[in-house]
Design a binder for this molecule. Structure first.
Ligand code: UDP
Ligand code: MG
Length: 339
């Protein structure tokens, strides 16, 4: 059965990769025998990514480019892409060719066996350090231990989803988007295929240690409230210990009389408890900060322009939401194309 396949590409300063990506995607997709569209989302690039996308969309009617008003981050860019896709099957893929497009036919084949989600699991990750791999593995073990959804390790956003799943993910409009978690949360019939992750074709990664750290906190706070709750247990434990210690102290005083107790032990206890309280406050702060972000209810992203085939076709609840919130958008793009 022939169906429309949407390939979603979040793009941030990837001008060196775009032609090659387009070439390889075109090659692979025309082999599948399905109709396809490529939805590229320019996430506020500062190089000539936008120009190249415009050119590609002129040359190839299957390419649609959604230009965001600024950099919103990959997770949001991908959401914009999902909102602007209409395929029966949807495949997010990185622009840097770390996710080989050649895997797509195998994904489609698995989906045809009756799965709603086929995620690609990395066997190897070329061009990534030992430390990054070790911390990544630790992170996934930890998050799966403390959260109720099961987030598969060694998977990225490269996966195939059926329209029902895309719509389900589209309904989750949280501003702090830990996509892997959201994809896992919606459920449906999921399966995996494995592949070797390539090194980047060109350019450099946008990740650094600080961003990864924040990404990890994002994941944990979005999918578990255990960090908030654990303190009551710890507090209770310390209180019990303190009570036991008080009894021991009373007995000692009754038996041996008052001695001058150590100043050092007092200081240690005070500092320890003070430290714990500050950590707790910090963690509460993390959650309150996130609640603040959500409660402001700003739109996830703003679209500046859409190149290529019809923005009016935009599907998904998020697309409608942006339209409502940003009614000026149509006018702007209309003026542009009229020039
Ligand atoms: N990306 C994006 N917005 C950003 C950062 C990255 O759309 O703010 C895109 C980037 O262009 C690429 C994908 O997200 O297509 C993955 O980025 P990157 O290769 O830097 O991440 P890594 O592969 O190292 O995890
Ligand atoms: Mg990459």
């Amino acid at each position: 059965m022939k169906s429309l396949v949407s390939v979603i590409v979040p793009v941030y300063n990837e001008s060196e990769n775009l032609y090659e990506l387009h070439r390889r995607l075109t090659e692979v997709m025309s082999e599948t025998g399905h109709d396809y569209e490529i939805v590229a989302v320019d996430d506020g690039s500062t190089d000539d990514t936008g120009e190249i996308l415009r050119e590609l969309s002129k040359k190839d009617p299957r390419v649609r480019a959604v230009i965001l008003s600024r950099n919103f981050g990959k997770e949001v860019a991908m959401t914009a892409g999902l909102d602007h896709s209409h395929g029966e099957m949807v495949i997010p893929i990185d622009a840097d060719l770390q996710d080989p497009p050649e895997l797509i036919p195998a994904m489609i084949a698995r989906a045809d066996e009756g799965f709603d989600v086929v995620y690609a699991k990395r066997k190897q990750r070329k061009g990534e350090g030992v430390l990054k791999l070790a911390t990544a593995s630790l992170f996934y073990r930890f998050i799966n231990m403390i959260s109720s959804v099961n987030i598969p390790e060694n998977t990225g956003d490269f996966r195939l989803m059926r329209r029902t799943v895309v719509n389900a993910v589209g309904m989750l409009r949280e501003r702090k988007r830990f996509m892997k978690g959201l994809f896992a949360w919606v459920g449906y019939r999921q399966t995996e295929i494995s592949y070797d992750r390539e090194a980047r074709f060109a350019g450099t990664t946008k990740w650094n240690f600080w961003k990864l750290w924040n990404f990890a906190i994002e994941g944990i706070t979005s999918f578990s409230s255990l960090p908030l709750r654990v303190w009551s247990y710890l507090g209770a434990g310390i209180a019990v210990l303190a009570f036991v210690y008080a009894i021991i102290a009373i007995i000692r005083v009754l038996r041996y009389g008052i001695d001058v107790p150590g100043y050092a032990s007092l200081l240690v206890v005070t500092l320890f408890l003070g430290g714990l309280q500050l950590i707790t406050l910090g963690i509460i702060g993390e959650y309150i900060g996130r609640m603040f972000e959500e409660i402001k209810a700003r739109p996830l992203y703003l679209v500046r322009e859409v190149y290529g085939r019809g923005e009016e076709l935009a599907a998904g609840p998020g697309a409608r939401q942006t339209k409502r919130i940003n009614p000026g958008r149509k006018k702007i793009s209309g003026r542009k194309s009229g020039r």
